[in-house]
Design a protein around this ligand. Structure first.
Ligand code: 3H9
Length: 704
């Protein structure tokens, strides 16, 4: 039996209605492409129809090509041909837009002869965010619709614009007042019929003139912001080259560029990241488990983290009660949250009235735990000490209603031990937000030994409600992200002990695509935090563990990082982002002499190999121990919490793409010098030997 087409055709009153119904986002699968071509052919022969309305069922107009088809052989009809067929129609076609009109969806709309958008429609060409460029005429038709500069801006940034902006640019012809796309399209079609308007084809519009200076400036700008990515520059070149060519030739070179980019590792990595983010929320063991209702949120602790969580929850429409220890701290927290909401207003994320209503009506800062008796979920965000947190949880256990979810925002501590302080460990879970919590999208959901399934489901529901990406982690020191960070930071410290300068390490890491190196991050966070942890762990430290004595010396001489104007770097008015300290080399040389270390030279490649190997090795251990359920979850954590370059897909994807055998060989080589730190993950060793991948590790049983 053949599947019904996802494209329906129906005509009445002189108008043909072409409706795409391909949930969830009307992506342009092979069946949709075929259905659209068939519909245009039918329109040509339909004696009753003089014009057509193209619209979509469900929550959005077409959100693009079907990404899941990428990397596979293309199935005809290919999208550029479908757009050409649509544009060639002798009867006008009105595209009626709603939801998010993206990528190939916008290219289809550009092939139509008129575009009308309902309120709330957003549109863009996000292909560069997937390592591609618009490959169905977007680089050729968009400049003809909106001009060269606006087209370069939209295509090389991949950003979305709203319908009002689209109207101003000339990307849409009209804004509808009604929200139903079919009705909006019909009204527009009737207007065009009354005017007797012929189809207006963008391919027939003369290409706008190119201003060489402006293009030069754009190139410099894109090269800077695209750092490490090839698609944005290729897109820019494709737009500009097309302007000097006949339309068909412009299309041919766009196709070539699209096909070239499709073969790149950046495209594979970016699409991996796209699906990894969505897969993180899929939890097979929670199928059919209902989340508990969460409307009212409690927060204990109004420091930077508590404030960020509060602002994020308020923006998500939740009612928030924040507990602080005294009036002054409560007032300070409230003021901090007010500032964050004002920032959201300035960035256009929130309107001013809503922000002020949130602060006066749905938010309260209190100094007693009693109001927490009303909340559905409470997040503890106090000082990172097990004793302090256990005390908070004993109080929450006394105060909160049965069934309330009790969450800790600890970033390292044992959630089982925190849950053990209550009489209801099944209600306790870790919710590790990242700072600033009102901006960072990552949320590690730490499921403890006794956490009930519906509590885990509630945590995922909360992440979704707050617009965050929840990633599940088991309990271990530092969970997924901080445990991995400790590993690669340690590898960096060993490099510095053995002869590299912190600046050389930072540069090598930035060259990999991270926004900052580990010592720049250290200066920003404050060097006293790591120092305190090292002091605490000193009595139980394994004697084989190498200590970054240089970091201790910095702190002991009062150099705590940016906040004191000196850390690894020097900070002053002339160099607010920091500049290398000329005394650093001398300090390190003296220290190596004291420790009896003969310094060695490390190349950039060697630094990068060690940094990445430490990260991958720890990730493989995390996967093997079941702390993370899948490699892609680890990638999402590093991409969204630790600045891992998105166009490399995350450390696990990077490792699979690089080859596990070469990484395992590197680790064995490093282990010859330091067998304690460089203990090869058994999973990595096995996969390397079998030619397997971390993305699909065979379990012990399968592998046998
Ligand atoms: C392109 O168009 C190339 C052309 O220029 C040239 C071609 C020749 N394909 O995000 P959500 C799935 S490149 C396949 O959770 P939201 C998604 O995986 C494309 N599947 O919802 C998820 O599945 P599941 C340019 C897709 O409401 C489900 O839909 N377009 C696609 O938060 C719901 O997605 C883009 O880059 C797709 N194109 O956000 C747009 N899109 O339920 C990419 C989504 O199994 N998409 N899915 O996990 C988006 O930005 C968001 O999905 C959107 C909805 C804003 C549309």
């Amino acid at each position: 039996m053949t599947e019904p087409s996802p494209v329906r055709y129906h005509s009445e009153g002189g108008i043909a209605f072409i409706e795409i119904d391909n949930p969830p986002v009307n992506a342009l699968s092979a069946a949709v492409r075929q259905g659209l071509s068939d519909a245009v052919a039918r329109l040509a022969g339909d004696a009753d129809a003089r014009i057509a309305v193209l619209f979509c069922a469900g929550r959005t107009f077409i959100a693009g090509a079907d990404i899941s088809e990428f990397g596979k052989p293309p199935v005809p009809p290919i999208l550029p041909d479908v757009v050409a067929t649509l544009e060639a129609s002798v009867k006008p076609i009105v595209a009626a837009l709603h939801g998010t009109v993206l990528g190939g969806g916008l290219e289809i709309a550009l092939g139509a002869h008129c575009r009308v958008a309902v309120p709330g429609t957003r549109m863009g060409l996000p292909e560069v965010t997937l390592g591609l460029l618009p490959g169905a005429g977007g680089t050729q038709r968009l400049p003809r619709a909106v001009g060269v500069e606006a087209a370069i801006d939209l295509i090389t940034s991949g950003r979305q614009i709203d319908a009002r902006k689209a109207l101003d640019l000339g990307l849409v012809d009209a804004l509808a007042e009604e929200t139903d796309p079919r009705a909006a399209g019909e009204a527009e079609a009737r207007r065009l019929l009354a005017e007797g308007r012929a189809p207006r084809r963008l391919s027939g519009v003369p290409a706008p003139a190119v201003d060489a200076d402006a293009v030069h400036a754009w190139r410099a700008k894109v090269a800077k912001s695209a750092r490490g990515q090839i698609a944005p520059l290729r897109a820019l070149d494709t737009i500009v080259a097309g302007l000097g060519l006949p339309f068909a030739d412009g299309m041919a070179q766009e196709r070539q560029a699209f096909t070239d980019l499709m073969q790149t590792p950046e495209r594979a990595a970016l699409i991996h990241a796209f699906f990894a983010e969505r897969r993180a929320a899929q939890q097979d063991d929670l199928a059919g488990v209902d989340a508990r209702p969460i409307r009212r949120l409690g927060i204990v602790g109004g420091g930077t983290m508590g404030q960020g969580i509060a602002a994020s929850a308020l923006t998500a429409g939740m009612d928030v009660t924040l507990v602080e220890r005294d009036e002054a701290s409560a007032a300070k927290a409230a003021a901090g949250i007010g500032k964050m909401l004002d920032g959201a207003v300035k960035r256009g994320k929130l309107d001013a009235d809503t922000a002020s209503r949130m602060q006066s009506q749905v938010f309260r800062a209190v100094t007693s735990y009693d109001p927490l008796a009303q909340v559905d979920l409470v997040i503890e965000a106090v000082f990172e000490s097990l004793e302090v947190k256990q005390e908070v949880f004993r109080t929450l256990d006394r105060v909160c209603r049965p069934g309330a979810v009790l969450a800790t925002n600890t970033s390292y501590l044992d959630v089982d031990l925190i849950a053990g302080a209550t009489t209801r460990p099944q209600d306790v879970i870790g919710l590790h937000f990242f700072s600033p919590a009102n901006v960072m999208r990552l949320l590690e959901i730490v499921v403890a030994g006794k956490t009930a399934p519906d509590v885990t489901a509630t945590a995922f529901a909360l992440a979704k409600k707050m617009g965050k990406i929840g990633v599940r982690s088991g309990v271990c020191d530092g969970f997924i992200g901080n445990r991995m960070m400790l590993a690669y930071r340690t590898a960096a410290d060993h490099l510095v002990l053995d002869g590299a300068s912190p600046y050389q390490v930072d540069q090598a890491v930035v060259a990999l695509g991270f926004p900052m190196g580990p010592y720049q991050v250290g200066d920003l966070a404050g060097l006293d935090i790591g120092y305190a942890t090292r002091q605490r762990k000193a009595p139980t430290r394994d004697p084989r563990e190498r200590v970054p004595v240089f970091a201790d010396r910095l702190v002991e001489s009062g150099r705590l990082g940016r906040k004191t104007g000196r850390g690894y770097y020097l900070y002053d008015d002339a160099s607010p982002q920091g500049r290398p300290d000329p005394e650093m080399d001398g300090m390190l040389a003296g220290l190596r002499t004291d420790l009896g270390i003969t310094p060695r030279d490390f190349s950039t490649e060697e630094i990068q190999a060690r940094y990445m190997a430490a990260m991958v090795n720890e990730g493989a251990k995390i996967l093997d121990e079941g702390i993370a359920a899948r490699a892609s979850d680890i990638d999402v954590v590093l991409l969204h919490g630790y600045g891992f370059p998105r166009w490399k897909g995350g450390p696990m994807h990077w490792a699979d793409a690089t080859g596990l055998d070469s990484i395992a060989a590197d680790i064995r080589r490093f282990a010859a010098e330091d067998p304690y730190f460089w203990q090869l993950s058994p999973l990595l060793a096995r996969l390397a030997a079998q030619g397997g991948t971390l993305a699909e590790p065979k379990t012990g049983k399968d592998a046998a």
